[in-house]
Design a protein around this ligand. Sequence first.
Ligand code: PGA
Length: 328
Amino acid sequence: MIRNASLRQLKVFESVARNLSVTRAAEELFLTQPTVSIQIKQLTELVGLPLTEQIGKRLYLTEAGRELQKVCKRVFDDLDNYEMLVSDLKGMKAGKLSLAVITTAKYFIPRLLGQFCQRYPGIDVKLKVTNRERVLERMAENLDDLYVLGVPSDDPDVVFEPFLENPLVILAPSDHPLARQTSIPPTALAGESFIMREAGSGVRLAVEQFFKERGVSLKVRMELGSNETIKQAVAGGLGIAALSAHALVLDRTSDDIAILDVEGFPLKRHLYLAYPQNRQMSVVGTTFLSFLKQEGVLFAEKYLQGLESIRRSNGSLAYWGEDPGQRT
Ligand code: PGA
């Protein structure tokens, strides 16, 4: 009976089957060739059918051998997974972390991940950057451990924790006539050509809501799916746009773009960490969450200094701090 086979015999067979060679299996496992042959012979007796056949100089697997190779793969994969679980339980934090974040988060999450991966070198990270709608879809499909979003959904089964401020600013080419004005009423933007993010974007949702509430209908000239492309389009004089101030932190020296002093802007918003309420989060996910809560706060303080020094084109500061716990 195959259930009387030892793990050692299966391991030897797996190596022979993969290498299609007793010699190479012996080298790989640091065994002698007769030892390998004896293990295969014993396994063959347990199965009651030949597992390999020699034709000329080459070794082939029989049908029974090919099926046993599949069984070995499943057994050893399961054992690998179990090993990951045990190292988690021992607090060694090894495994895979999967994150899905909105586009604004791409400016700071990779930096935090850098610190995190240094601290936990055994953790492999997969990061998906996409828009709000797609992040919500991934959450519904349960594809990732943790999510970062700009506008919480009303799903009662998801926990949203405010993490970092995410002010929206209005950008224009620096030679735009509005660039030198102060306290521009939102209605003054009605005639302007707007460059808008794609449908499904959280930024678009926030901008549309802001102007709709004030009875202003915007003239959308162009729809672009990337914050970086929008920045370049504004710099190139194609129109004005709303973007998260995060998109300006690293290159706020750009002379071609101005932040307009529009009343109501910067629009105060937050980024939220989100995860399903009722699902047991993986140990790796929990580790990252607590890392974000400890280190992320220190990081955020430094990072926000970058936001605080962003000035409007008329010289006034475009950003001011606020209570990070406040949900907008
Ligand atoms: P988005 O979200 O990538 O869906 O536009 C960004 C944000 O809300 O800041």
